[in-house]
Design a protein around this ligand. Structure first.
Ligand SMILES: *Cc1c(COP(=O)(O)O)cnc(C)c1O
Length: 374
């Protein structure tokens, strides 16, 4: 038994004939850029997510940068982002000479809430980037109402939550990534819908934004050699689209496998005082990109060591809040203590989570954690 943090090879083996066939078709066609598989994938993802426009691009970080570029913000404009997350959103903001205003997150959901966002609001605020961390939605209805009131754009970072549903107070549901003005996602191999390299996409219901975004992925080009706006080169490879066309058909199964694994963890670990289990918010489904514990009393690193000795990998997502990263030293305006983010960075531990996790492996992981706290 070799437990992996994320198992891509066994997942591939189950769909190997379909994937190999899709790859070989691309090679035999040799339309490596903008082959027919791109439009096929675009249509599949539009249908899957219920969004009007999907714009494939090279990776999730580019998607975030393109989204901000399309909003026509001015240098110095402020964009609110969580401090406890992956670096990509704040990085895109900084690269465009916008100001990332890093706000704290909620201890229970790991996500930003209205309370956190309110503290970051200033007359220069132009946009908010909610990140649906670990596979669960931010409280989007409140965020959208707040954004409307203050005339802000909302760009969702949905890299970890593709396929999650947010439930509005009237009972209607929408997928994360389709609620804000623009949604961004990543097909990095370990994501819930991953390709075999880099890949990403933007989503929007807005026709004008969609047209700008599409042009921006190809040098701002509307017609060949006619550059209306500044863009970049950010395309999804045909090969990756072909693989995604196969894998998107399995996405619901993949999500269910993760949710099943999460239930087994939560059942097996529920009576351990030294840890806090991930909580599911009433307004969102959870697609468990990560299953993340909070370890009490400074025992996180010791637990990680203990698990490693039992052959169990685990990961710390994320060990340092973004406001403490050197890259942002000179551009982060807030001197506020982001207490929850700081505490989470010291206490979180993500357990192995993937579609191929066996009950036997999970039993071993659960027993090892129980033994540690005895
Ligand atoms: C993976 C990830 C990204 C970046 O995606 P890439 O495709 O690796 O560029 C952005 N935000 C979050 C929250 C992520 O997990």
């Amino acid at each position: 038994m070799e437990i992996k943090m994320c198992d891509l090879i066994d997942q591939y083996r189950k769909i190997q004939p379909e994937v190999d066939d899709a790859i070989s078709q691309v090679i035999n066609n040799s339309a490596f850029i903008n082959g027919p598989q791109i439009n096929e994938f675009k249509a599949s993802l539009e249908q899957y997510t219920g969004t009007k426009h999907v714009i494939p691009c090279a990776n999730g970080t580019d998607a975030l940068q393109l989204a901000l570029m399309a909003l026509d913000l001015q240098p110095g404009d402020e964009v609110i982002v969580p401090a406890f997350t992956y670096v990509a959103a704040a990085e895109a903001i900084g690269l465009l000479r916008l100001v990332p205003v890093m706000v704290d997150v909620d201890y229970h959901s790991f996500n930003i809430t209205l309370g956190n966002i309110g503290k970051g609001l200033s007359p220069k605020t132009r946009a908010i980037i909610p990140v649906h961390l670990f596979g669960q939605s931010c409280p989007m209805e409140e965020i959208m109402n707040f954004a409307q009131k203050h005339r802000l754009f909302v760009v969702e970072d949905n890299a970890q939550a593709i396929g999650a549903y947010y439930t509005f107070s009237d009972g209607s549901k929408k997928q994360t990534g389709t609620i804000g003005h623009i949604g961004c996602t990543s097909f990095f191999p370990t994501k819930n819908l991953g390709c075999f390299g880099d890949g990403g996409a933007l989503m929007t219901d807005d026709d004008i934004l969609a047209e700008r975004l599409r042009a921006m992925t190809v040098h701002g080009q509307i017609e060949k050699y006619c550059h209306e706006i500044l863009g970049c080169n950010s395309r999804l490879d045909t090969l990756q689209a072909a693989i995604l066309n196969v894998k998107i058909q399995h996405l619901d199964e993949y999500i269910q496998a993760r949710q099943r694994a999460a239930r087994i963890y939560s059942e097996g670990l529920k009576n351990i005082d030294g840890i806090t289990l991930p909580e599911e918010m009433s307004y969102s489904t959870h697609v468990y990109h990560q299953y993340t514990l909070k370890v009490k009393d400074g025992m996180r690193n010791a637990l990680k060591e203990h698990l490693l000795k039992q052959g169990i990998p685990s990961m710390i997502y994320y060990p340092l809040p973004l406001n403490k990263q050197n890259a942002f030293k000179n551009i982060v305006p807030t001197s506020e203590q982001l207490n929850v983010s700081t505490e989470l960075a010291q206490s979180v531990l993500s357990l192995p989570m993937h579609t191929e996790l066996s009950e036997e492996e999970q039993k071993h992981i659960i027993t090892s954690i129980q033994t540690f706290f005895k």
